[in-house]
Design a protein around this ligand. Structure first.
Ligand code: SF4
Length: 359
């Protein structure tokens, strides 16, 4: 068996070398490509190179590297569709498919059965007493009637997840990444393992993109038959764009429209400047979020649900809604003069996924 530990420490040795050109960085990666393949190579067991594609610059380069390095037919690109994507992301996926001559599997999660189970629960809820916060456990007749009228699957994964949960995800409860990205991706990888493959999960993660990812390893053993491989972990954003230019790969057009990241639009962790950009360039996306907020509020036990509520002392959901609904947030993003308040929320990374599933 190949020495796993030697490879897990390899990333640390390479951290000091961050000023290479893309071709130098790629050349340095040539050895790990061979190493990661040997790690999982077992006689009579094929390797599936599963590449997570988000529609962003990092995953586009990762896909390019996988296609260039791996045997034809062994690369399986996947895109976990959150249902909260800009239409240009889908167009860009079509472009990548044409550019690399490969099909990208579109994966999503389905919450219809869980919403149906929730409807049954609400209809039958007869609990008495109060929860730890002192609030009544049971749905009131008014909130029951309201929820049962509006709580139905819509077919949009992001919205259905929020309807099922009765709220939007937040920094503290970031269930979107887990449910919309990680679970479909892991299910795909497990299916490949069940089909007899060993799996290498290619992830477009870079250490310098966020605090959470600063210690990301280049090669990581997840389980006996599943390894993570992060070929651009030492690259900078500039190197990634340079690689695009050198290899005639168009970057996602959203970057030219002022977006610093590609993924959910808007992401729950959007910063002030990006929200302003989104509202000016894509006002229909703000209309969509506004209609989602109204619908989730109608089906939530306590009412008012907002997508971008920062930390607040306020406890009344209807007051929170009136202060922090998406239109109020956009108003604030456009008019606030204090640009020291650049982040809408306390600093954290845009998406906590360490799997390269969100950019
Ligand atoms: S991009 Fe943002 S909203 Fe989308 S899944 Fe990741 S954290 Fe959630």
């Amino acid at each position: 068996m190949f020495n796993v530990l030697a490879h897990l420490t390899e990333g640390k040795r390479n951290m000091a070398t961050t000023t290479k050109t893309p071709s130098q960085a790629e050349a340095q990666n040539a050895a790990p490509y061979g190493q990661v393949q040997r790690l999982v190579s077992v006689p009579n067991r094929p390797t599936a190179h599963v590449v997570s594609v988000s529609g962003g610059k990092d995953s586009a380069v990762t896909l390019a590297l996988a296609v260039a390095r791996c045997p034809a037919g062994s690369v399986f690109p996947i895109f976990c569709d959150t249902g909260n994507e800009h239409p240009l992301v889908y167009q860009y996926l079509d472009y990548l498919e044409g550019r690399f001559g490969i099909k990208i599997a579109r994966l999503s999660n389905d919450f219809a059965a869980r919403i149906e189970a929730k409807r049954k629960f609400i209809a039958r809820d007869q609990r008495i007493g109060r929860g730890p916060s002192g609030k009544k456990l049971r749905w009131t007749n008014k909130s029951k009637r309201r929820a049962l009228e509006y709580l139905h699957p819509t077919g949009d994964q992001f919205l259905d997840l929020c309807l099922w949960k009765g709220r939007f995800p937040s920094r503290k409860a970031q269930f979107c990444t887990e449910n919309l990205k990680k679970i479909p991706a892991v299910a795909f990888q497990m299916e490949k393992i069940d089909q007899g493959y060993n799996v290498i999960s290619w992830q477009g993660v870079r250490r310098d993109e966020s605090h959470n990812r600063r210690n990301a390893k280049k090669i990581e053993r997840i389980s006996e038959r599943l390894y993570a491989f992060r070929p651009i972990v030492e690259w900078t954003a500039a190197q990634v764009f340079e690689y695009h230019a050198q290899n005639q790969i168009e970057p996602n057009p959203l970057y030219k429209m002022g977006m610093s990241r590609v993924g959910c639009l808007p992401c729950i962790n959007v910063n002030k400047k990006e929200l302003m950009q989104i509202s000016e360039r894509f006002p229909s996306e703000i209309d969509r979020v506004s209609s989602w907020e109204r619908l989730v509020s109608l089906t939530a036990k306590r009412g008012g649900a907002t997508m971008m509520c920062g930390p607040t002392e306020e406890r009344n959901p209807n007051v929170i809604f009136s202060l922090y609904n998406i239109r109020k947030r956009v108003e604030w993003a456009r008019t606030a003069k204090n640009w020291n308040q650049y982040e809408m929320f306390p600093r954290a990374d845009t998406c906590s996924s360490a799997y390269g599933l969100c950019e």
